[in-house]
Design a protein around this ligand. Structure first.
Ligand code: C5P
Length: 402
Protein backbone atom coordinates (compact mmCIF):
# COMPACT_ATOMS: atom_id res chain seq x y z
CA UNK A 1 0.00 0.00 0.00
CA UNK A 2 1.12 3.52 -0.78
CA UNK A 3 -1.30 5.49 1.39
CA UNK A 4 0.14 8.85 2.43
CA UNK A 5 2.86 8.72 -0.25
CA UNK A 6 3.22 11.39 -2.91
CA UNK A 7 4.70 10.46 -6.26
CA UNK A 8 5.82 13.06 -8.75
CA UNK A 9 5.23 11.31 -12.06
CA UNK A 10 7.06 12.75 -15.07
CA UNK A 11 5.73 11.60 -18.39
CA UNK A 12 8.26 11.87 -21.21
CA UNK A 13 7.49 11.98 -24.93
CA UNK A 14 7.27 8.42 -26.19
CA UNK A 15 4.57 6.05 -27.36
CA UNK A 16 4.86 4.23 -24.01
CA UNK A 17 3.25 7.32 -22.42
CA UNK A 18 -0.12 5.57 -22.86
CA UNK A 19 0.97 3.02 -20.23
CA UNK A 20 1.53 5.87 -17.78
CA UNK A 21 -2.21 6.52 -17.75
CA UNK A 22 -2.73 3.03 -16.35
CA UNK A 23 0.21 3.57 -13.98
CA UNK A 24 -1.57 6.60 -12.50
CA UNK A 25 -4.70 4.51 -11.90
CA UNK A 26 -2.76 1.69 -10.25
CA UNK A 27 -0.90 4.10 -7.97
CA UNK A 28 -4.07 5.87 -6.91
CA UNK A 29 -5.81 2.53 -6.27
CA UNK A 30 -3.04 1.89 -3.75
CA UNK A 31 -3.67 5.20 -2.01
CA UNK A 32 -0.81 7.26 -3.50
CA UNK A 33 -1.13 10.92 -4.48
CA UNK A 34 0.14 11.38 -8.03
CA UNK A 35 1.44 14.80 -9.05
CA UNK A 36 1.77 14.69 -12.84
CA UNK A 37 4.34 16.55 -14.91
CA UNK A 38 4.40 16.23 -18.69
CA UNK A 39 7.04 17.28 -21.19
CA UNK A 40 5.75 19.05 -24.28
CA UNK A 41 6.59 15.97 -26.36
CA UNK A 42 4.48 13.80 -24.00
CA UNK A 43 1.50 15.92 -25.06
CA UNK A 44 1.90 14.49 -28.58
CA UNK A 45 1.10 11.02 -27.21
CA UNK A 46 -1.41 11.53 -24.38
CA UNK A 47 -3.52 14.58 -23.59
CA UNK A 48 -3.04 16.64 -20.41
CA UNK A 49 -6.79 16.25 -19.91
CA UNK A 50 -6.59 12.43 -19.61
CA UNK A 51 -3.60 12.67 -17.29
CA UNK A 52 -5.24 15.28 -15.10
CA UNK A 53 -8.56 13.39 -15.00
CA UNK A 54 -6.85 10.20 -13.86
CA UNK A 55 -4.56 11.93 -11.38
CA UNK A 56 -7.43 14.01 -10.02
CA UNK A 57 -5.32 17.17 -10.13
CA UNK A 58 -3.69 19.64 -12.44
CA UNK A 59 -0.85 18.68 -14.74
CA UNK A 60 2.33 20.73 -14.64
CA UNK A 61 3.91 21.38 -18.01
CA UNK A 62 5.58 24.79 -18.10
CA UNK A 63 8.75 26.04 -16.57
CA UNK A 64 7.92 29.69 -17.11
CA UNK A 65 4.37 29.82 -15.85
CA UNK A 66 3.93 32.77 -13.54
CA UNK A 67 0.63 31.63 -12.03
CA UNK A 68 2.11 28.24 -11.21
CA UNK A 69 5.30 29.76 -9.90
CA UNK A 70 3.23 31.95 -7.58
CA UNK A 71 1.23 28.95 -6.34
CA UNK A 72 4.13 26.54 -5.95
CA UNK A 73 7.67 27.11 -7.19
CA UNK A 74 9.19 24.35 -9.29
CA UNK A 75 11.86 23.73 -6.69
CA UNK A 76 9.17 23.15 -4.09
CA UNK A 77 7.29 20.87 -6.50
CA UNK A 78 10.34 18.68 -6.90
CA UNK A 79 10.87 18.37 -3.17
CA UNK A 80 7.35 17.75 -1.96
CA UNK A 81 7.32 14.16 -3.28
CA UNK A 82 8.44 10.92 -1.61
CA UNK A 83 9.67 9.63 -4.96
CA UNK A 84 10.09 11.00 -8.47
CA UNK A 85 9.13 8.52 -11.17
CA UNK A 86 10.02 9.17 -14.80
CA UNK A 87 7.87 7.02 -17.09
CA UNK A 88 8.56 6.85 -19.93
CA UNK A 89 12.14 8.04 -19.45
CA UNK A 90 13.21 8.93 -22.99
CA UNK A 91 16.80 9.00 -24.28
CA UNK A 92 16.40 12.79 -24.28
CA UNK A 93 15.41 13.09 -20.60
CA UNK A 94 18.06 10.59 -19.53
CA UNK A 95 20.67 12.47 -21.57
CA UNK A 96 19.66 15.84 -20.17
CA UNK A 97 20.01 14.75 -16.55
CA UNK A 98 23.27 12.88 -17.25
CA UNK A 99 24.63 16.00 -18.94
CA UNK A 100 23.36 18.41 -16.28
CA UNK A 101 20.96 20.25 -18.61
CA UNK A 102 17.76 21.93 -17.44
CA UNK A 103 15.78 23.65 -20.19
CA UNK A 104 12.21 22.59 -19.48
CA UNK A 105 10.09 21.85 -16.43
CA UNK A 106 10.84 18.09 -16.25
CA UNK A 107 14.63 18.42 -16.60
CA UNK A 108 14.71 21.40 -14.23
CA UNK A 109 12.79 19.46 -11.57
CA UNK A 110 15.15 16.52 -11.97
CA UNK A 111 18.18 18.76 -11.59
CA UNK A 112 16.77 20.70 -8.66
CA UNK A 113 15.77 17.78 -6.47
CA UNK A 114 17.33 15.69 -3.77
CA UNK A 115 14.39 13.26 -3.78
CA UNK A 116 15.05 9.68 -4.94
CA UNK A 117 14.45 9.15 -8.66
CA UNK A 118 13.18 5.99 -10.37
CA UNK A 119 13.24 5.86 -14.17
CA UNK A 120 11.34 3.51 -16.50
CA UNK A 121 13.22 3.91 -19.79
CA UNK A 122 11.46 3.40 -23.11
CA UNK A 123 13.01 3.86 -26.51
CA UNK A 124 13.84 2.17 -29.78
CA UNK A 125 16.20 -0.78 -29.34
CA UNK A 126 19.02 0.86 -31.36
CA UNK A 127 18.74 3.98 -29.23
CA UNK A 128 18.84 1.91 -26.03
CA UNK A 129 21.97 0.12 -27.19
CA UNK A 130 23.64 3.32 -28.44
CA UNK A 131 26.91 3.90 -26.56
CA UNK A 132 25.86 7.47 -25.67
CA UNK A 133 22.66 6.25 -23.99
CA UNK A 134 24.53 3.44 -22.22
CA UNK A 135 27.12 5.95 -20.99
CA UNK A 136 24.36 8.26 -19.72
CA UNK A 137 22.67 5.34 -17.93
CA UNK A 138 25.94 4.38 -16.26
CA UNK A 139 26.35 7.99 -15.11
CA UNK A 140 22.85 8.09 -13.62
CA UNK A 141 23.22 4.67 -11.98
CA UNK A 142 26.40 5.96 -10.37
CA UNK A 143 24.41 8.90 -9.02
CA UNK A 144 21.94 6.51 -7.39
CA UNK A 145 19.07 6.84 -9.87
CA UNK A 146 17.02 3.61 -9.85
CA UNK A 147 15.78 1.90 -13.01
CA UNK A 148 12.93 -0.46 -13.75
CA UNK A 149 13.06 -2.15 -17.16
CA UNK A 150 13.20 -1.81 -20.06
CA UNK A 151 11.83 -5.18 -21.10
CA UNK A 152 12.57 -7.06 -24.25
CA UNK A 153 9.97 -7.79 -26.90
CA UNK A 154 8.08 -6.47 -29.91
CA UNK A 155 8.10 -2.71 -29.96
CA UNK A 156 5.64 -0.16 -31.29
CA UNK A 157 8.24 0.84 -33.92
CA UNK A 158 8.15 -2.72 -35.33
CA UNK A 159 11.57 -3.81 -34.04
CA UNK A 160 12.41 -6.39 -31.40
CA UNK A 161 14.78 -6.17 -28.44
CA UNK A 162 15.36 -4.25 -25.22
CA UNK A 163 13.71 -0.84 -25.01
CA UNK A 164 10.07 -1.58 -24.15
CA UNK A 165 8.90 0.27 -21.07
CA UNK A 166 8.24 -1.93 -18.03
CA UNK A 167 4.57 -2.79 -17.52
CA UNK A 168 2.65 -0.55 -15.08
CA UNK A 169 2.48 -3.28 -12.43
CA UNK A 170 6.26 -3.81 -12.62
CA UNK A 171 6.74 -0.08 -12.07
CA UNK A 172 4.28 -0.17 -9.15
CA UNK A 173 6.26 -3.05 -7.59
CA UNK A 174 9.53 -1.12 -7.98
CA UNK A 175 7.91 1.94 -6.38
CA UNK A 176 6.54 -0.14 -3.50
CA UNK A 177 9.92 -1.78 -2.95
CA UNK A 178 11.46 1.68 -2.62
CA UNK A 179 8.79 3.32 -0.51
CA UNK A 180 7.70 0.47 1.69
CA UNK A 181 10.95 -1.44 1.82
CA UNK A 182 9.90 -4.72 0.23
CA UNK A 183 10.03 -7.97 2.19
CA UNK A 184 13.67 -8.62 1.24
CA UNK A 185 15.08 -5.22 2.15
CA UNK A 186 18.42 -5.64 3.90
CA UNK A 187 18.86 -9.21 2.58
CA UNK A 188 21.82 -9.94 0.33
CA UNK A 189 21.09 -12.61 -2.26
CA UNK A 190 23.45 -14.22 -4.77
CA UNK A 191 22.14 -15.49 -8.11
CA UNK A 192 24.21 -17.45 -10.63
CA UNK A 193 22.88 -17.54 -14.16
CA UNK A 194 23.59 -18.37 -17.79
CA UNK A 195 25.96 -20.90 -19.36
CA UNK A 196 29.71 -21.10 -18.90
CA UNK A 197 32.23 -21.06 -21.73
CA UNK A 198 35.12 -23.46 -21.27
CA UNK A 199 38.09 -22.53 -23.47
CA UNK A 200 39.72 -24.98 -25.87
CA UNK A 201 42.18 -22.34 -27.10
CA UNK A 202 42.01 -18.52 -27.26
CA UNK A 203 39.31 -18.57 -29.96
CA UNK A 204 37.33 -21.78 -29.36
CA UNK A 205 35.22 -22.89 -26.43
CA UNK A 206 32.69 -25.47 -25.24
CA UNK A 207 29.31 -24.12 -24.15
CA UNK A 208 25.65 -25.10 -23.65
CA UNK A 209 22.27 -23.76 -24.73
CA UNK A 210 21.28 -21.94 -21.51
CA UNK A 211 19.92 -18.45 -22.31
CA UNK A 212 20.08 -17.15 -18.74
CA UNK A 213 16.37 -16.22 -18.92
CA UNK A 214 15.24 -18.00 -15.74
CA UNK A 215 18.17 -16.78 -13.60
CA UNK A 216 17.70 -13.21 -14.85
CA UNK A 217 13.96 -13.34 -14.08
CA UNK A 218 14.73 -14.52 -10.53
CA UNK A 219 17.27 -11.74 -9.98
CA UNK A 220 14.79 -9.19 -11.30
CA UNK A 221 12.09 -10.44 -8.92
CA UNK A 222 14.55 -10.30 -6.00
CA UNK A 223 15.48 -6.68 -6.82
CA UNK A 224 11.79 -5.79 -6.95
CA UNK A 225 11.26 -7.24 -3.50
CA UNK A 226 14.01 -5.02 -2.13
CA UNK A 227 16.96 -7.47 -1.94
CA UNK A 228 20.57 -6.47 -2.60
CA UNK A 229 21.31 -8.82 -5.46
CA UNK A 230 24.73 -10.00 -6.65
CA UNK A 231 24.23 -11.47 -10.12
CA UNK A 232 27.07 -13.69 -11.32
CA UNK A 233 26.46 -14.52 -14.96
CA UNK A 234 28.15 -16.47 -17.71
CA UNK A 235 27.83 -15.24 -21.32
CA UNK A 236 24.00 -15.18 -21.49
CA UNK A 237 21.65 -14.21 -24.34
CA UNK A 238 19.48 -11.92 -22.23
CA UNK A 239 20.52 -8.60 -20.70
CA UNK A 240 21.34 -8.68 -16.97
CA UNK A 241 18.67 -7.30 -14.59
CA UNK A 242 18.63 -3.63 -13.68
CA UNK A 243 19.38 -2.80 -10.09
CA UNK A 244 21.64 -5.79 -9.37
CA UNK A 245 25.39 -5.83 -8.92
CA UNK A 246 26.47 -7.72 -12.05
CA UNK A 247 29.65 -9.82 -12.22
CA UNK A 248 30.32 -11.24 -15.69
CA UNK A 249 32.39 -14.39 -15.99
CA UNK A 250 33.25 -16.89 -18.71
CA UNK A 251 34.25 -20.23 -17.19
CA UNK A 252 33.13 -22.33 -14.22
CA UNK A 253 36.40 -21.63 -12.39
CA UNK A 254 35.87 -17.88 -12.80
CA UNK A 255 32.25 -18.30 -11.64
CA UNK A 256 33.37 -20.06 -8.47
CA UNK A 257 35.86 -17.23 -7.76
CA UNK A 258 33.13 -14.62 -8.27
CA UNK A 259 30.74 -16.56 -6.02
CA UNK A 260 33.35 -16.80 -3.26
CA UNK A 261 34.03 -13.08 -3.48
CA UNK A 262 30.28 -12.34 -3.19
CA UNK A 263 29.91 -14.22 0.11
CA UNK A 264 28.56 -13.87 2.77
CA UNK A 265 24.95 -13.78 1.55
CA UNK A 266 21.61 -14.61 3.13
CA UNK A 267 20.56 -16.81 0.22
CA UNK A 268 22.24 -18.29 -2.86
CA UNK A 269 20.12 -19.15 -5.91
CA UNK A 270 22.26 -21.17 -8.30
CA UNK A 271 20.48 -21.12 -11.64
CA UNK A 272 23.59 -21.21 -13.86
CA UNK A 273 24.09 -24.09 -16.29
CA UNK A 274 27.68 -24.72 -15.29
CA UNK A 275 29.75 -26.95 -17.61
CA UNK A 276 30.61 -30.23 -15.90
CA UNK A 277 34.02 -30.48 -17.53
CA UNK A 278 36.70 -28.17 -18.85
CA UNK A 279 39.50 -28.88 -21.29
CA UNK A 280 42.61 -29.94 -19.43
CA UNK A 281 45.47 -27.56 -20.24
CA UNK A 282 43.61 -25.44 -22.80
CA UNK A 283 46.05 -24.25 -25.45
CA UNK A 284 47.50 -20.74 -25.05
CA UNK A 285 47.64 -20.30 -28.82
CA UNK A 286 45.17 -21.23 -31.55
CA UNK A 287 45.34 -24.96 -32.33
CA UNK A 288 46.35 -25.31 -35.99
CA UNK A 289 44.42 -27.46 -38.40
CA UNK A 290 46.74 -30.21 -39.60
CA UNK A 291 45.63 -32.34 -42.53
CA UNK A 292 44.81 -35.88 -41.43
CA UNK A 293 45.45 -35.25 -37.71
CA UNK A 294 42.53 -34.60 -35.37
CA UNK A 295 43.16 -32.85 -32.07
CA UNK A 296 42.43 -34.92 -28.98
CA UNK A 297 40.91 -33.00 -26.08
CA UNK A 298 41.34 -34.24 -22.56
CA UNK A 299 38.84 -33.14 -19.96
CA UNK A 300 38.93 -32.55 -16.25
CA UNK A 301 36.07 -32.00 -13.85
CA UNK A 302 34.89 -28.50 -13.02
CA UNK A 303 34.27 -27.52 -9.41
CA UNK A 304 30.65 -28.01 -8.34
CA UNK A 305 29.78 -24.47 -7.29
CA UNK A 306 26.41 -25.37 -5.79
CA UNK A 307 27.82 -28.25 -3.71
CA UNK A 308 30.76 -26.08 -2.59
CA UNK A 309 28.45 -23.36 -1.28
CA UNK A 310 25.86 -25.78 0.15
CA UNK A 311 28.49 -27.75 2.07
CA UNK A 312 30.72 -24.92 3.24
CA UNK A 313 29.86 -25.18 6.92
CA UNK A 314 30.73 -21.84 8.50
CA UNK A 315 29.49 -18.93 6.40
CA UNK A 316 26.97 -21.09 4.54
CA UNK A 317 24.04 -18.99 3.27
CA UNK A 318 20.84 -19.57 5.26
CA UNK A 319 19.12 -20.80 2.12
CA UNK A 320 20.80 -22.53 -0.82
CA UNK A 321 18.72 -23.27 -3.91
CA UNK A 322 19.88 -25.45 -6.81
CA UNK A 323 18.31 -26.27 -10.16
CA UNK A 324 17.95 -29.57 -11.92
CA UNK A 325 17.29 -29.84 -15.62
CA UNK A 326 16.22 -33.42 -16.30
CA UNK A 327 14.79 -35.32 -19.25
CA UNK A 328 13.27 -38.28 -17.38
CA UNK A 329 12.21 -39.27 -13.87
CA UNK A 330 12.38 -35.61 -12.89
CA UNK A 331 11.31 -35.91 -9.25
CA UNK A 332 13.43 -38.97 -8.43
CA UNK A 333 16.60 -37.54 -10.01
CA UNK A 334 16.09 -34.10 -8.49
CA UNK A 335 15.40 -35.50 -5.02
CA UNK A 336 18.63 -37.50 -5.21
CA UNK A 337 20.47 -34.39 -6.44
CA UNK A 338 19.18 -32.37 -3.47
CA UNK A 339 20.75 -34.71 -0.95
CA UNK A 340 23.92 -35.25 -3.02
CA UNK A 341 24.57 -31.52 -3.28
CA UNK A 342 23.41 -30.65 0.23
CA UNK A 343 21.20 -27.74 -0.85
CA UNK A 344 17.88 -26.80 0.78
CA UNK A 345 15.70 -26.69 -2.31
CA UNK A 346 15.94 -27.96 -5.84
CA UNK A 347 13.89 -26.35 -8.57
CA UNK A 348 13.52 -29.16 -11.09
CA UNK A 349 12.20 -29.10 -14.61
CA UNK A 350 11.80 -31.38 -17.59
CA UNK A 351 13.91 -30.06 -20.45
CA UNK A 352 13.06 -32.76 -23.00
CA UNK A 353 12.95 -31.03 -26.43
CA UNK A 354 9.19 -31.60 -26.77
CA UNK A 355 8.52 -29.43 -23.69
CA UNK A 356 10.01 -26.36 -25.45
CA UNK A 357 11.26 -25.16 -22.05
CA UNK A 358 15.00 -24.83 -22.76
CA UNK A 359 15.34 -21.47 -24.52
CA UNK A 360 11.54 -20.88 -24.37
CA UNK A 361 9.46 -18.35 -22.42
CA UNK A 362 7.67 -20.81 -20.16
CA UNK A 363 8.67 -23.26 -17.47
CA UNK A 364 6.97 -26.07 -15.56
CA UNK A 365 8.83 -26.78 -12.33
CA UNK A 366 8.72 -29.03 -9.31
CA UNK A 367 10.01 -27.52 -6.07
CA UNK A 368 11.77 -30.11 -3.96
CA UNK A 369 12.40 -29.29 -0.33
CA UNK A 370 12.37 -30.89 3.09
CA UNK A 371 8.62 -31.23 2.82
CA UNK A 372 8.67 -33.21 -0.45
CA UNK A 373 7.91 -32.41 -4.08
CA UNK A 374 5.51 -29.63 -5.03
CA UNK A 375 4.44 -29.47 -8.66
CA UNK A 376 3.76 -25.98 -10.04
CA UNK A 377 1.59 -25.42 -13.11
CA UNK A 378 3.26 -24.40 -16.37
CA UNK A 379 3.68 -20.61 -16.43
CA UNK A 380 5.95 -17.85 -17.78
CA UNK A 381 9.55 -17.80 -16.52
CA UNK A 382 8.95 -14.45 -14.80
CA UNK A 383 5.89 -15.88 -13.02
CA UNK A 384 7.98 -18.87 -11.83
CA UNK A 385 10.58 -16.39 -10.60
CA UNK A 386 8.00 -14.23 -8.77
CA UNK A 387 6.52 -17.26 -7.02
CA UNK A 388 9.93 -18.61 -6.07
CA UNK A 389 11.00 -15.23 -4.71
CA UNK A 390 7.79 -14.96 -2.70
CA UNK A 391 8.70 -18.33 -1.14
CA UNK A 392 12.28 -17.16 -0.52
CA UNK A 393 10.98 -14.00 1.20
CA UNK A 394 8.72 -16.04 3.48
CA UNK A 395 11.52 -18.47 4.34
CA UNK A 396 14.13 -15.78 5.03
CA UNK A 397 11.51 -13.86 7.02
CA UNK A 398 11.16 -16.93 9.22
CA UNK A 399 14.94 -17.01 9.60
CA UNK A 400 15.42 -20.51 8.23
CA UNK A 401 16.34 -22.61 5.20
CA UNK A 402 14.77 -25.97 4.42
O1 C5P B 1 24.74 -31.56 -11.36
P1 C5P B 1 23.85 -30.70 -12.16
O2 C5P B 1 24.59 -29.86 -13.18
O3 C5P B 1 22.68 -31.38 -12.77
O4 C5P B 1 23.24 -29.71 -11.07
C1 C5P B 1 22.57 -28.57 -11.40
C2 C5P B 1 22.70 -27.57 -10.29
O5 C5P B 1 24.03 -27.51 -9.83
C3 C5P B 1 22.39 -26.15 -10.76
O6 C5P B 1 21.86 -25.45 -9.65
C4 C5P B 1 23.76 -25.62 -11.14
O7 C5P B 1 23.81 -24.20 -11.05
C5 C5P B 1 24.66 -26.29 -10.14
N1 C5P B 1 26.01 -26.59 -10.60
C6 C5P B 1 27.08 -25.87 -10.11
N2 C5P B 1 28.36 -26.20 -10.48
C7 C5P B 1 28.58 -27.20 -11.35
C8 C5P B 1 27.50 -27.93 -11.86
C9 C5P B 1 26.23 -27.60 -11.47
O8 C5P B 1 26.86 -24.94 -9.33
N3 C5P B 1 29.82 -27.49 -11.69
Amino acid sequence: MLAGKTILLMIGGGIAAYKSLDLIRRLRERGAEVVPVMTHAAGEFVTPLSVSALAGRKVHTDLFDLTEEAEMGHIQLSRSADLIVVAPATADLIGKVAGGLANDLASTLLMATDTEVLMAPAMNVRMWLHPSVQRNLAELRGQGVGFVGPGEGDMACGEFGPGRMAEPMEIVAAIEARLTGGPLRGKRVLVTSGPTHEPIDPVRYIANRSSGAQGTAIARALVRQGADVVFVTGPADVAPPEGAEVIKVQSAVEMLDAVRSALPVDAAIMAAAVADWRVKSASGSKIKKVAGALPVLQFEENPDILATVAQMGEGRPGLVVGFAAETDDVVAHATAKRSRKGCDWIVANDVSPETGIMGGDENAVVLISDSGAEEWPRMGKQAVADRLVERIATTLGLGQGG
